[in-house]
Design a protein around this ligand. Structure first.
Ligand SMILES: [Fe+2]
Length: 239
């Protein structure tokens, strides 16, 4: 059996997200996903934190699907997905982010010492490729637990990742969805069923999973349309 998952999803709680958590859950169930990782920009999803006050451990069953609560932190252009093992550690993650606002390397080293899972998101996306030294990105990739070598929104970055990192690091594929139509554009398949945070990441470390890149043309066009619409709105409000 295939256990599909995606650890890079933005809901409307992110400034640039267009779909609600409920919409993602409905879509994920219809596409036979086994687990979704919710990773808002520079914060943890407030709806989940509020709904699950009594649940302490990360990796939980919610509205019919497994969920991991994470965040995507931006260190001056280096993006790191972070998944702590319990909810209490989410505030620790945000404090560490404050402390190392521009030092992604120190941040991922500390997370690793604290057993907090980090994933380097879309290395070599055009902006990163032009801004950072390749050796620097590879060094960060060697210190994060995993590397998102396939990203649903980044063809160019995926190709470069395959040259630089793919044989050196445990790789993941994520959609980086900002609306439900992007869900399924890239995902990872786990070879076995798991029921806890530790089991899930142990299984990934064994490297028996498969990465899938399967972009849907309609979703790419819709993303373009949303970007254009936002630009037009910004121009209007600027006038
Ligand atoms: Fe993202």
């Amino acid at each position: 059996m295939a256990f599909k998952f995606d650890l890079h999803i933005h809901t409307t709680e992110s400034y640039d997200g267009h779909s609600s958590l409920d919409d993602y859950i409905i879509s994920a169930k219809s596409k036979n996903f086994f687990l979704l990782g919710i990773s808002e920009h520079d914060k943890f999803n407030g709806e989940l934190i509020n709904q699950l006050k009594n649940i302490k451990k990360n990796f939980f069953f919610y509205k019919g699907i497994n969920i991991l609560l994470g965040t995507e932190l931006n260190f001056n252009g280096i993006h790191v997905l972070v998944y702590p093992s319990d909810f209490d550690s989410s505030s620790k993650v945000m404090l560490l982010k404050k402390k190392f606002a521009s030092d992604a390397l120190s941040f991922v080293e500390l997370c690793s010492a604290e057993n907090i899972i980090t994933i380097l998101a879309h290395p070599f996306r055009l902006k990163q490729f032009l801004k950072f030294d390749r050796k620097f990105i590879i060094e960060i990739a060697s210190k994060t637990a995993f590397c998102e070598t396939v990203n649903g929104r980044s063809f160019f970055s995926n190709v470069l990742s395959s040259f630089y990192i793919i044989n050196k690091k445990t790789c993941l594929a994520n959609s980086d969805s900002h609306h439900v139509y992007e869900l399924g554009n890239a995902y990872t398949i786990l070879s076995e069923n798991v029921k806890s945070y530790d089991q899930f990441f142990d299984c990934l470390r064994q490297n028996n999973h498969k990465v899938v890149y399967s972009p849907n043309l309609y979703s790419l066009l819709y993303s373009r349309y949303l970007k254009l619409k936002k630009k037009v709105q910004q121009n209007k409000s600027g006038n």
